[in-house]
Design a protein around this ligand. Sequence first.
Ligand code: NAP
Length: 307
Amino acid sequence: MSTPVYNRVALIGLGLIASSMFWAMKRGGLAGEVTGFAKSEASRETARRIGLCDRVCDSAAEAVADADLVVLCVPVGAMGAVAKEIAPHLKAGATVTDVGSVKRDVIEAVGPHLPDGVHFVPAHPLAGTEHSGPESGFAELFDNRWCLLVPVEGSDPEAVAQLRALWEGMGANVDEMDADHHDLVLAVTSHTPHLIAYTMVGVADDLRRVTDSEVIKYSAAGFRDFTRIAASDPTMWRDVFLTNKDATLEILGRFTEELFALQRAIRTGDGEHLHQYFTRTREIRRGIIEAGQDTAAPNFGREAPKA
Ligand code: NAP
């Protein structure tokens, strides 16, 4: 077995991301001992039952005691309170990181609580599914996905390098990015698309006359894929929009302008505009496949549903 990157890792929050990290760390022999804590007794019990973490603790303070790396895997809106709670129990020289989908807000919420001598290296793995909870994780989640490290001013380069080694060991490609840029990029690639999916599914649900049967029965790939995204965890996504407000509103503004332009092209019969637009978007899909971030197989490589 390879030498662990960290002797002791504490996972605070035991949902999709934390559980995937645990299985990926085990797969790669990246951590000596992994402790874990989740808010509810039910999640802690589930974790114990499925062997998620070497030791599941009954408090966050107990989980982080003596940990070399503490990973905050809770919804973005809970990060500040958790940081405050664990701060007095952190070991000198430990690194605190997080996996939150928004970075500026998390840095402002967590940073002030951390004592001197504790390194803070925020991060965000660009990998997920619509499932949540301790049983949803799997070791391969981060394979060939990006993990963005967002060092803060004064982040210790050695602490950054060690965290990079952990993420690479878990299969991810690692890049570094500034927090504001991160939040804008993610507003385009993830946050706004989720909002659009929530809206589309909400609109379909409003059309009561078809919802009862036809929308579900005849759901073709487009709508079905929206429903998959719109099934994502409500708490996590509420927090994302509340904490990445400016960037999301900026992108939504642009989206609305483009939507109006397309609406106008449809009304005026401007086929040229529509064709050019769809040709450009098709190129973007090709780019994503060439970058190895999705499969070119029809229907995202899914098997046809059984009749
Ligand atoms: P999840 O499956 O819903 O799990 C969240 C976990 O946090 C649960 O174990 C929950 O405990 C725990 N928790 C909530 N508040 C807490 C608190 N105050 N103290 C301790 N534990 C608390 O969520 P997830 O999908 O893993 O997301 C975790 C983080 O990763 C979020 O910040 C999210 O933005 C980020 N992220 C998510 C994805 C994705 O696609 N899902 C991708 C990248 C990054 P209980 O189970 O007891 O309620």
